[in-house]
Ligand binder design. Structure first.
Ligand code: 48F
Length: 253
């Protein structure tokens, strides 16, 4: 019986890896922007994989505002919250959302739309091609291998679109900026100015170079925008916007 347990797990996981070794959209990071992007991509029939380094979803949502288990969003994201069936309370001109519900429903909305999420996997580099310059996928490694500091070669995922949804560190764009002649430098974010940050993050969301896109706080780090604290409307709008841009670029609108 035990061997059958092993085979059931390994065969099923391997089927997923085979299916997603080539995908249409690869989202790096299962925070609010990445999960939102994944839902809107997958529901258009775009083959979408989300890779998350940690064994938990939601990125920075879970900690709420300084561990108070609530976050806020602007009123103009009611439609996105409704798409995910996330409940909210109106208070002081904002929508207040429970952090645990936010994480759970973003993740289930993304999965129910057909996106595949795999946790415990880190993206450590990109694949590129020249003439014309483009990003064609990523190098991946088990997060546990990195934590153990083992020297193990990664494997690859090819994707028509790679999305940096890694948050403040903008890890994918940063590694690409160092190792591929992108002509981009990731300066990092500025101090807090919530209203401006929320607006600019959405405006600047989009393509970095052919095949590579940025969403969420990765956009702030890339373009030196201010941080905004536990307000998440910009993250949701940024995720939805990057999905629309990719869908258009892939001819799936
Ligand atoms: O940090 P995170 O929540 O990014 P986000 O979607 O949202 C930012 C907000 O949470 C908050 C904020 C807005 O109010 O200021 O900080 O931009 O989620 C990023 C996810 O990416 C994972 C990381 O573990 C987290 O869950 N991640 C980061 N680097 C990698 C990665 C990597 N190289 N490979 C895989 N996952």
């Amino acid at each position: 019986m035990e061997a059958e347990i092993t085979l059931a797990v390994v065969e099923s996981a391997t089927e997923d890896w085979k299916k997603y070794s080539r995908c249409d959209a690869l989202i790096v990071g299962a925070g609010p922007s990445g999960l939102t992007a994944a839902k809107y991509l997958a529901e258009k029939g775009i083959k979408t994989l989300v890779l998350e380094r940690r064994l938990s979803l939601g990125g920075g949502i879970g900690g709420g505002g300084m561990l108070f288990h609530k976050v806020v969003a602007e009123k103009d994201v009611k439609d996105i919250l409704d798409d995910f069936k996330i409940r909210y309370q109106e208070r002081r001109g904002f929508l207040v959302v429970d952090a645990a519900e936010f994480v759970a429903k973003l993740a289930s909305g993304c999965i129910d739309s057909g996106a595949q999420i795999i946790q415990g996997v880190s993206v450590e580099d990109v694949i590129f091609r020249e003439d014309p310059l483009r990003i064609t996928g990523v190098c991946i490694q088990w997060s546990a291998v990195n934590l153990a500091n083992l020297h193990v070669d990664p494997v690859f995922i090819e994707s028509k679109a790679v999305v940096d949804a890694t948050g403040h560190a903008a890890e994918v764009v940063s590694v690409a900026a160092k190792k591929v002649p992108l002509n981009v430098s990731v300066i990092g974010e500025r101090s807090a100015y919530s209203e401006v940050a929320e607006k600019l993050i959405v405006e600047k969301t989009g393509k970095v170079v052919d095949g590579l896109y940025a969403t969420g706080m990765a956009v702030a780090s890339l373009y030196n925008l201010p941080r905004m604290g536990p307000i998440f409307g910009g993250m949701l709008k940024s995720g939805k916007k990057v999905a629309e841009i990719i869908a258009r670029d892939l001819g799936k609108l």
